[in-house]
Design a protein around this ligand. Structure first.
Ligand SMILES: Nc1ncnc2c1ncn2[C@@H]1O[C@H](COP(=O)(O)OP(=O)(O)O)[C@@H](O)[C@H]1O
Ligand SMILES: [Mg+2]
Length: 269
């Protein structure tokens, strides 16, 4: 993709380019005995997650399914370091998130993780291409190259002809695809998607899911939250969450790596 960036603007490139893209062997994410309690009042706490343990092999594709309120978003936010567990540990790429300061966690998020939310969170005054290019500002990629990369990504999600539109000039489905392109701009090794098809029509949903499948085929790890069975079945395995607990881990037949072992392995296609 953009291997030309290294020499462009001379300052230190230690954390950029090649090594950030290296797909490592082993687990991309390890969640161990995680609990999350929210305090509502002095007497009332909500147990959003209780003793959740889950490993995501590098390059695997996992869907988390469960009814509303079962803890899906809470789990995703903990894996992405947007929130911290009440107990237990979360490691991303062998780095224990709780051992990091908030700025260090932000760096891991910026360099390794791409988030796709149900609400798109696009910046209204920026064009589609500028929105997608935005995360690259923090990588020291110069503007012209940022926009080139953004246009490439928008073309990948079928929006080559919408790069200069602002969010209010786009449909909901188009906005969601811009948000996905933005999540992928930093070439994240881990993509976290919270109900990415929740607010879009069926056709767009299919398109979103094809993009995620391609991202996984390229070797990246995906954790996808949904309450829809047919969406979850696009992953290699489905983790069923209920009342903050994992009830079942179900391999999906007929996707990339479905060897039926229950432990998703690196895709081989
Ligand atoms: N910031 C918060 N403060 C208090 N309770 C919360 C907060 N976030 C989530 N919860 C509660 O935790 C539980 C799990 O929420 P969530 O992870 O959002 O579920 P899901 O994404 O599966 O719908 C719910 O009972 C929810 O009301
Ligand atoms: Mg949710």
């Amino acid at each position: 993709m953009s291997d030309a960036d290294a020499h462009e603007d001379g300052d230190d490139n230690a954390s950029q380019g090649g090594d950030a893209r290296a797909r490592r062997e082993g687990d991309a994410v390890v969640v161990r005995d995680v609990e999350k309690r929210y305090r509502r009042t002095d007497e009332v706490t909500v147990e959003a997650l209780s003793s959740v343990s889950l490993s995501l092999a590098g390059g695997s594709y996992t869907a988390v399914m469960g009814p509303s309120g079962s803890g899906k978003s809470t789990l995703l936010n903990l894996v992405g370091g947007l929130d911290t567990p009440t107990a237990g540990s979360v490691a991303v790429d062998s780095t224990e998130l709780s051992s990091l300061s908030e700025p260090e966690r932000a760096r891991v998020r910026g360099e390794e993780v791409g988030f796709v939310f149900q609400t798109f969170n696009l910046m209204p005054r920026l064009t589609a291409a500028e929105n997608v290019a935005f995360p690259l500002v923090f990588r020291g990629v110069d503007r012209a190259e940022r926009l080139d990369r953004a246009r490439e990504l928008l073309a990948d999600v079928g929006l080559a002809d919408r790069t200069d539109h602002r969010p209010n000039e786009l449909s909901g489905g188009q906005r969601q695809r811009v948000a996905i392109a933005r999540a992928l701009a930093g070439d994240p090794t881990l993509v976290l998607a919270d109900e990415p098809t929740g607010n879009v029509d069926t056709g767009t949903g299919d398109r979103v899911m094809s993009v995620l499948r391609r991202v996984n085929d390229a070797g990246n790890t995906i954790l996808l939250v949904t309450h829809e069975r047919h969406i979850a079945e696009r992953a290699d395995r489905i983790v069923h969450l209920r009342d903050g607990e994992i009830r079942d881990v179900e391999p999906v037949e007929g996707t990339g790596s479905g060897s039926g072992s229950g432990e998703a392995t690196t895709g081989d296609r």
